[in-house]
Design a protein around this ligand. Structure first.
Ligand code: SF4
Length: 957
């Protein structure tokens, strides 16, 4: 049955699926199913259905918890048909949330280290003891002006800005993220075009869908996008997939190409060139929206800055990107590239494109892949059109919070070092090198749902830094499950999973804006039974706490009397001087900052908070359209000034509220007016949040900040280009996900572990024959700094000369503490500069409160390849370039499955080599600042600290 078919038997909410598939919302208080285990007797099971959102990937799909009203336990999780993005559907990881809640190995109480760091000795402590200790250290650091010694390092945020505001309230520039090992290069390519760092493709309405990723199985907004890609295909859209492997997406494609890794931008630019040379581009769109005039004024002062002159320049600029050139770089036949170019050209404004990690995350200059991909949309005018690709902010809704603390007045060079003025996010994976080099130290370091020892490259250097108490004074691991990093913590504090915490979020899943609400489902269930809950620890397992309440409590203890100016941001507005409650926080947002929600709630006789607790999501607006082309209301215009590039500046303060284009804040004119839009043929429209207000084909920022050769979308050869490889080397693709796992967060889900528990090396049949191995044989993969030993999987589903290994496996533990369903027990040795890790014991059955743990039949847990990778920071985006030049050979006789060996001197040398590729701000900054102010930054400090410190001359100078 078609999932898009409209019929009266279909669920009336966002899912549009068969009615029988979902319980009607009117019956969510008492939903009755028959107990299958009681058959043939007819035994009814009554459940309360309480919505929340999944925390297992960034999509935040809607879930419905089926709560037993007698025992107040969760029976199962299914999809929430009221959620506008996921529409009642989930991937395997959604329902597996149940395993995570009842995981017999989960951490239920705060733990404090008793032996040396990493020794694995723990004692249970009270939350009071832990919070007091942490708060007193933070308080002292702030009072002594050591703000940069407080750092919060987040893996999966799962929320929109709550914790950034906590850090801002403390006045610290302490936000650190995982983004530079994930998506910085993907983001940078989009950011340089439109000032926003993510795409929002309208796959369901596209004629051509072009993916540079394995998006259907494991992309960014995986399930919400995958279902819309299938809808697009049902409508007749052609699906083109670039993927080195035969991924699940590739198997669904009309055109699958497997290019040489790193050559993707060459193909995309050849397609762009085809559009340009044959005048197949949308001339009106390019004329209206590209910053071609700025390009001509700056780069072609020799000719008159007319659009016709620009068009002929454009032809000249891209003429070298022929199909033959792309074929030569990529190994994809020129006729295939031409076929794809013809398909793309026919799509017109119905071209939806998407890339996220994939090639952008693998390669040096990978950010030029997303930039070249988006150039196709920019040429065809397929931006914010039906079936095109939207800027993410057009399809995302972020309500105003209760409090907005000021920007911190400090700059943290441990996360934003001088060498990377253009980095899209914090240089998180270089932190241990920076600490070991003496660039700073940390008094309190939070890792939160983040596992850098395992997830990041160069994990042994992380272990070295985390083991040194002079570098990291106190390491607090906020985590719902054991991780390799938690072993090197001082406190391990148990945090809630999807159904045990509050968060709000909104993602660019399709052409709409929505707000999702994660909530502790047992709290809401208790409230439906008229029982009051004041703290999530009253309903969560053990003493698992939600983070919102934890941060409020911690902030009060840092500033108990309010004299540090921190406590004010965590106080009740309704009861001045008292602690803010989570109810008040969200009630305020839902009542005051979500257009349409109060009215919808009133129509159902509910408060806005009660509405969100009942349904878990709200669709704010559908069919957003081209926000950049909206006229600026005249009431926003006052004392305007229009400059030579058509940028419009005003004195009127920025109005508060949603749906306003986030224009860059640097570009005040000389009289202090702010940029409000651009003048297009006499109409003042919103434009894009770039310095020019237009789509920046030409990046003046890149030119002026030391990278003139990258100022236009272009192709730079990757660090794994054939010319960079030594004889006998192959390229290792280590970036792909397994569809049923999610990095470090899903080992505690037994259903998922049973489905996937290994990560063999994909090896083409021709390479296997050359090396002399068969499927299941052990091979040794040698990287620049060491090696790992893994099993071969011989397949035709990967390009010859390239090997692939999923990063979703290889979890390990040093003792019995840990998650036993997917973590092997290992020994870890360190002699001189040599680190080795050897698997002592695989996964095995064990006794626990869950009888299924006795039924574990798998022994494998995969191999931890990331430990053997050195850091490869892209000098512009800061992204770790994951692909590796490796040698693959038969394992030695003494090699054992899962062996890891690394030389940390070599990893330091690799760090220095890549650092030398940078162009530091103190050499290239055109205005004496550390970073262009308009570039996004998760926690933006005050403008005054953007200035580079003045170096005083010494007496000998
Ligand atoms: S893990 Fe699956 S169900 Fe959960 S948010 Fe991601 S795509 Fe949705």
């Amino acid at each position: 049955m078609s999932i898009t078919k409209k019929d009266e038997t279909f669920y009336p909410g966002p899912s549009h699926s068969a009615l029988a598939a979902f319980p009607p919302k009117e019956r969510w208080d008492d939903w009755v199913e028959l107990d299958s285990r009681a058959w043939p007797r007819r035994v009814e099971k009554h459940s309360m259905l309480v919505p929340t959102t999944c925390f297992n990937c960034e999509s935040a799909c809607g879930l419905l918890a089926y709560v037993d009203p007698e025992t107040l336990t969760v029976r199962k999780f299914e999809g929430n048909p009221e959620h506008p993005a996921s529409r009642g559907r989930n991937c395997a990881k959604g329902p597996a949330t149940l395993n995570q809640v009842y995981d017999p190995d989960r951490i239920l109480y705060p733990l404090k280290r008793t032996g040396k760091r990493g020794e694995g000795h723990w004692a249970r402590v009270s939350w009071d003891e832990a919070v007091n200790d942490i708060a007193s250290r933070i308080r002292k650091a702030i009072q002594e002006g050591r703000h940069n010694e407080v750092m919060y390092h987040v893996g999966r945020p799962g929320e929109d800005g709550y914790t950034e505001r906590v850090l801002a309230a403390w006045g610290v520039d302490g936000h650190n993220s995982h983004t530079n090992i994930c998506s910085s290069s993907g983001r940078a390519g989009y950011h340089y075009w439109m000032g926003l760092d993510r795409p929002s493709p309208d796959h369901a309405n596209a004629d051509v869908i072009l993916l540079i990723s394995s998006h259907l199985e494991a992309g960014h907004y995986f399930n919400p996008h995958a279902q819309r890609i299938i809808e697009g295909k049902e409508r007749g859209a052609k699906l083109i997939v670039f993927d080195v492997r035969l991924s699940n997406s590739a198997t669904h494609a009309d055109q699958w190409v497997s290019p040489y890794p790193g050559s993707e931008a060459a193909i995309l630019l050849a397609i762009a060139n085809h559009l340009i040379q044959h005048n197949l581009y949308n001339r009106e769109f390019v004329h209206r929206w590209w910053n071609w005039q700025e390009y001509m004024l700056v780069e072609r002062p020799d000719v008159s800055p007319t659009f016709e002159n620009f068009e002929s320049t454009l032809k000249d600029l891209y003429k070298e990107y022929t199909f033959a050139f792309a074929a030569n770089e990529s190994g994809v036949d020129a006729t295939v590239i031409e076929e794809i170019a013809t398909l793309v050209a026919k799509a017109g404004t119905r071209l939806s494109t998407h890339t996220w990690r994939s090639a952008t995350a693998g390669n040096l200059s990978g950010w030029q892949v997303s930039r070249s991909l988006f150039m196709l949309n920019a040429l065809l005018g397929a931006i914010a059109t039906e079936g095109g690709t939207y800027p993410n902010a057009w399809n995302k809704f972020v309500p105003r919070p209760l409090y907005t603390p000021p920007h911190p007045h400090v700059w943290n060079p441990l996360t934003w070092p001088i060498e990377y003025p253009l980095a899209m996010n914090e240089l998180s994976f270089l932190l241990p090198h920076f600490l070991k080099e003496g660039r700073g130290k940390l008094e309190v370091y939070f890792t939160r749902v983040y596992n850098p020892v395992w997830t990041n490259p160069d994990g042994f250097t992380w272990i070295e830094a985390l083991s040194d108490e002079k570098l990291v004074g106190l390491h607090v691991a906020l985590t719902p499950t054991w991780s390799e990093t938690a072993y090197f913590a001082d406190y391990v504090l148990p945090m809630g999973v999807s159904s045990e915490r509050h968060d709000i979020h909104s993602y660019e899943t399709h052409d709409a804006q929505w707000l999702g609400f994660r909530q502790p489902v047992l709290r809401t269930a208790q409230e439906r039974l008229s029982k009051s809950v004041t703290d999530t620890r009253q309903v969560n397992p053990g003493e698992v706490w939600e983070e919102n309440e934890f941060w409020i409590e911690l902030s009060w203890r840092i500033d108990p009397d309010g004299t540090m100016g921190i406590r004010q941001f965590f106080e009740s507005k309704q009861r001045p001087g008292e602690k803010l409650t989570v109810d008040e926080y969200y009630a305020h947002i839902f009542e005051h900052s979500v257009p349409g929600l109060p009215e919808r709630a009133t129509a159902e006789g509910l408060t806005p908070l009660a509405y969100m607790r009942r349904y878990g999501a709200f669709e704010v607006q559908k069919k957003i359209g081209a926000v950049h082309d909206q006229s600026v209301p005249t009431e926003e215009l006052e004392d305007i000034h229009i400059d030579t590039l058509g940028r419009v500046f005003t004195r009127k303060p920025r109005p508060a509220g949603p749906n306003i284009v986030p224009l860059p804040t640097l570009d005040n004119d000389s009289e202090g007016r702010r940029l409000v839009g651009i003048d297009l043929d006499g109409t003042i429209v919103r434009g894009f949040p770039t310095p020019s207000g237009r789509l920046e084909f030409f990046s003046r920022t890149l030119k002026e900040w030391g990278w003139p050769e990258c100022a236009l979308p272009s192709y730079q050869r990757s660090h794994v280009h054939p010319q960079q490889l030594e004889a006998g080397q192959m390229v290792l693709i280590p970036t792909f996900r397994l569809p049923v796992h999610i990095h470090t967060r899903s080992a505690n889900a037994k259903w998922l572990d049973e489905i996937a528990h290994t990560n063999p090396l994909w090896l083409h049949t021709s390479d296997a024959a050359r090396i002399g191995v068969h499927t299941g044989d052990l091979v040794r993969v040698e990287t620049e700094i060491g090696h790992f030993v893994v099993k071969a999987w011989v397949t035709e589903g990967i390009r010859p000369g390239v090997v692939g290994c999923s990063h979703h496996m290889g979890r390990w533990k040093l003792s019995n503490d840990g998650q036993r369903q997917l973590m092997a027990t290992v020994s870890l040795e360190h002699q001189g500069q040599r680190w080795t890790l050897r698997r002592e014991k695989g996964v095995e059955a064990y006794s626990s409160a869950d009888a299924d743990s006795q039924r574990i039949w798998w022994t494998d847990a995969g191999v931890h390849q990331n430990l053997t990778f050195p850091v490869h920071p892209d000098p512009i985006s800061g992204m770790h370039c994951w692909h590796q030049a490796v040698r693959v050979r038969k394992a030695d006789l003494q090699d054992r499955y899962g062996d890891i060996s690394v030389d940390s001197d070599k990893s330091y040398a690799a760090y220095k080599k890549w650092l030398d590729m940078t162009r530091p701000a103190d050499r290239v900054s055109p205005d004496g600042t550390r970073r262009p102010y308009w570039l996004l930054r998760p926690l933006k400090p005050g403008r005054e600290v953007y200035r580079l410190p003045v170096v005083k001359p010494t007496e000998t100078d």
